[in-house]
Each structure stands twice: as C-alpha cells, then as structure tokens.
Design a protein around this ligand. Structure first.
Ligand code: IPE
Ligand code: IPE
Ligand code: MG
Length: 225
C-alpha cells in the first residue's frame, strides 16, 4: 500500500466550465469554491494529513482586473468558512508571497491561521500568490540573509514557505498536463494524476477515483535496481 500523506491539487478549468454553460467566468470560480469544500471534507474522511490547493498563482495577476478582484473576494469568503464547525479538524497554513496580496486578504488569512492553529487532523496548505520559482528564490535569499555562503539541500528544504512532507500525489484537473509553476522543488518524486474533469465538476467521486489510481502506482524513488 502506498503511503498517502500529502495530496496537492492544481484546481484548473473554472473558465472553461462556465463557457460550456454560457455563463460568465466568475460562475465557474463560484462553483469551483464548492469543489474546494468537497475535497477538504473528503480529505478529512480519507485520513489525508496535508492537502495543498493551488488557488492563485503569481502569474494570475496578469488576468483582467475584474476577474482578479472577483477571485480575491471569493477567496476572502472561502477563508471565512474555514472557521465554521465542519472545519474544526482543519488547520490552515499559507504558501505564497504576502507582498502583492490585498490587505483584506492578509488580515483574513492571519485571522483564520490563528483561529485554526490548534486543529489536528488535516493541514490545508493554501497556495495563494504562489509561484514555485519565487518560493525557491525566496528560500535562497533567506539562507543568504542568515550569512551562509554554501547552501545544502537541507537548507533549501527548511526555508521553503512551509515545512511539510513532499506531496505524494499531484492532481491537475481540466486536461492540462503541466505544473504551471507549482511545487517545482517538492514534486521531485510525486505521482501525477491528470483528469479531463473541470474543477467545478471535481467533487468527492472524482477525488476518490484519483486516490484509487494512486494506490495502484508503483513508487520507486530511484532505488530499484
Ligand atoms: C482555475 O481556473 C482558477 C484559477 C487559475 C484562479 P481557470 O480560471 O484557469 O479556468 P480555465 O483554465 O480558463 O478554464
Ligand atoms: C494554474 O492554472 C494556477 C492555478 C490553478 C491557481 P492556470 O490556468 O493559471 O495555468 P495555465 O495558464 O493554464 O498554465
Ligand atoms: Mg486555467
């Protein structure tokens, strides 16, 4: 049986979901937020310890201003939900650059991180204003600021945004098969699962299907002769 501690998801396809239904893109994002709720509850049920969700990339700022504004509001609303009773076992942590995020989001983030810090079952790692190249660059700069002149892999590991086990499984929805600047360092030995299902349609059934596919994978870590 493969170990399954950490699942990371690239939540993609909201815009295409809306387009297929002749709806504005924001409707896709709105239904996508419901999928977030569904996968968090499924992760809890399945005993997963860490769930990383790619919610907004450092490149996503280049989208139209109205879409960015809508996404930020939706994120604030979604964050508020994490203090509700059904998330009492979920601890929220943040991966990304604070610089560039609206003050409203930062305040909300800090509030929810503090309120959920004692929760034990599932760590929800929200990747927001996140880019993996930026994460590695930020780590290197933190190490240099400590006065080090020679850097080990361990130094980089310790200075990433969060000190979490590497993802065992990375899921991307919507049929795209790329990382789009997600977890470049941490993905070294992750298993990948790509599905054509668009994020707003990705609920418990699809998540369980991905977990089943993962359970059948043979992980090698380079150590099989
Ligand atoms: C994912 O859906 C949400 C974010 C990247 C914020 P998209 O908005 O990328 O949807 P598509 O890829 O255009 O369908
Ligand atoms: C990746 O999706 C980022 C998130 C899911 C937050 P994008 O839709 O931004 O990625 P590309 O542009 O298709 O590579
Ligand atoms: Mg997309």
């Amino acid at each position: 049986m493969n170990k399954l501690s950490h699942v990371a998801i690239i939540m993609d396809g909201n815009g295409r979901w809306a387009k297929l239904k002749n709806l504005p893109r924001k409707e896709g994002h709105k239904e996508g937020a419901n999928s977030v709720e569904a996968v968090v509850q499924t992760a809890l049920k399945e005993g997963i310890s860490v769930l990383s969700l790619y919610a907004f990339s450092t490149e996503n700022w280049a989208r139209p201003k109205t879409e960015v504004t809508y996404l930020m509001q939706l994120l604030a609303d979604t964050l508020s939900k994490f203090t509700e009773d059904k998330y009492k076992d979920v601890k929220l942590v943040f991966s990304g650059r604070r610089l560039g995020l609206p003050k409203k989001i930062l305040t909300k983030l800090d509030e929810v991180i503090k309120a959920t810090a004692g929760n034990k079952k599932l760590i929800l790692n929200l990747c927001l204003n996140y880019g993996a190249r930026q994460e590695i660059t930020d780590a290197v700069n933190k190490i240099l600021a400590q006065g080090k002149t020679k850097i080990t892999e361990g130094d980089i590991e310790k200075n990433l945004y969060q000190n979490l086990p590497a993802p065992d499984l990375i899921i991307r929805t919507s049929g795209e098969e790329r990382l789009s600047n997600f977890l470049l360092w941490q993905a070294a030995y992750s298993e990948f699962y790509f599905t054509k299902t668009l994020w707003p349609d990705f609920k418990e059934k699809d998540f369980l299907k991905a977990l089943l596919a993962y359970s059948k994978r043979e992980r090698r870590f380079g150590n099989r002769g």
